[in-house]
Ligand binder design. Structure first.
Ligand code: NAP
Length: 349
């Protein structure tokens, strides 16, 4: 069986580059087209992008000619790493033209019948695409990078004990702002207590992801109160989040830790190539998890949790860390595509 060709929209940006790094030797997908804005189109990829990944740019990608983000591409599956200012219309044009679009952008996350997927958390929500208005095309979305780590940690707690309310304070990496991101003079020796649009996303997205699929092919949102405060800190990759939770039925600390470390789901059962063997790790050391040490655990696809302790305001508090451009963006999207493939949702197989 040959590999399935995929195109990357927004290939020149930081998430686009991460796609190329992760897909360079993928067992199912092969990147056959790269697309970006008019200013990059018609150039060789190596001349259109400022490559900032640790692995060197594979030669075959460097020589590819960048195309425009128009729905005349050969690959029927497109991964979108487009800037949100343009992603909405472009992704919809592709879906209407019969393409399967798997997107990192925020634009379609709340559209009717558009699933917002973390493969370990709500794989059943993929059914929603059958109700979409795009014929053979579809849009599937990946949540915001800070939502993903939080919800990975919350899912086993919701499933086993029920959740009433959540408070989260984030320390988010610079790469979350794209490339070139913040001016160095703003972020070196600094923390910035504001990330535009981030707090509303963190307060709403988990409710859709943790919600229930209904008979109309949509989601009844989970009934959990969430409050978020988001900060940008001088870390390259890896979002750290301080979380407080109140349960419907308060468990013991040991029961919580067991729920995390025993948590496995469809991506693990299906042995998907990008799935972490263990989605959540628990660290007993007081000073863990840390972005520099743990962000690349399981190739950047696992969430690292630690510092679980009783809370005087809520029931418990803990810390969760996840890699924002891998699990929180390109890696998460690739895992969605692997799940779509394993469940027979992709064309031309
Ligand atoms: P980025 O580095 O700014 O890259 C944006 C990409 O969009 C570039 O390839 C750019 O192409 C392309 N683009 C801009 N205007 C365009 C236009 N008019 N037509 C076609 N392409 C256009 O951003 P990023 O950090 O990679 O993020 C990409 C998306 O993923 C965003 O929606 C972001 O919110 C989301 N996301 C990012 C992260 C993260 O950790 N960084 C995590 C989760 C989700 P040119 O180079 O040609 O301008």
């Amino acid at each position: 069986m040959g590999k399935i060709g995929v195109a990357i929209l927004g290939a020149t940006g930081s998430v686009g580059q991460k796609f190329l790094e992760l897909l360079a030797d993928h067992p199912i997908f092969e990147v056959t087209e790269l697309a970006a804005s008019e200013k990059s189109a018609e150039k060789k990829y190596k001349d259109a992008t400022n490559w900032i990944m640790q692995k060197s740019l594979p030669k075959n990608f460097g020589e590819m000619i960048v195309k425009e983000c128009k729905p005349n591409l050969n690959s029927k599956i497109v991964f979108s790493a487009l800037d949100a200012s343009v992603a909405g219309d472009i992704e919809e044009d592709f879906a209407k033209a019969g393409y399967i679009v798997i997107s990192n952008a925020r634009n379609h996350r709340y559209d009717a019948n558009v699933p917002l997927i973390i493969p370990e958390v709500n794989p059943d929500h993929l059914e929603m695409i059958k109700y979409q208005k795009y014929g053979s095309g579809a849009i599937i979305t990946n949540p915001n990078c800070s939502t993903i780590g939080l919800v990975l940690a919350l899912k086993p707690l919701q499933k086993n004990f029920g959740l009433e309310s959540v408070n989260v304070v984030t320390l988010q990496a610079i790469s979350g702002a794209g490339y070139p991101g913040l001016p160095s003079m703003d972020i070196i020796d600094n923390s910035i207590p504001f990330i535009g649009g981030e707090e509303p996303k963190m307060e709403k997205e988990p409710l859709k992801i943790l919600g229930k699929l209904n008979a109309k092919g949509d989601v009844d949102f989970a009934n959990i109160k969430i409050s978020a405060q988001c900060n940008r800190v001088a870390v390259n990759d890896g979002h750290l989040e301080n979380v407080q939770v109140k349960f419907v039925k308060k468990p013991s600390a040991q029961e919580i830790i067991e729920a995390w470390i025993n948590f496995k789901s469809e991506p693990q059962q299906l042995n998907l190539p990008s799935a972490p063997k263990q989605p959540i790790y628990y660290f007993y050391e007081d000073k863990y998890p840390q972005p520099k040490i743990h962000r690349n655990l399981e190739n950047g696809m696992a969430a690292s949790v630690g510092r679980l302790r009783e809370c005087s305001l809520f029931d418990f508090k803990f810390v969760v860390l996840s890699h924002n451009t891998v699990r929180g963006a390109a890696g998460g999207t690739i895992l969605i595509a692997e799940l779509l493939h394993a469940k027979g949702y992709l064309p031309n197989e």
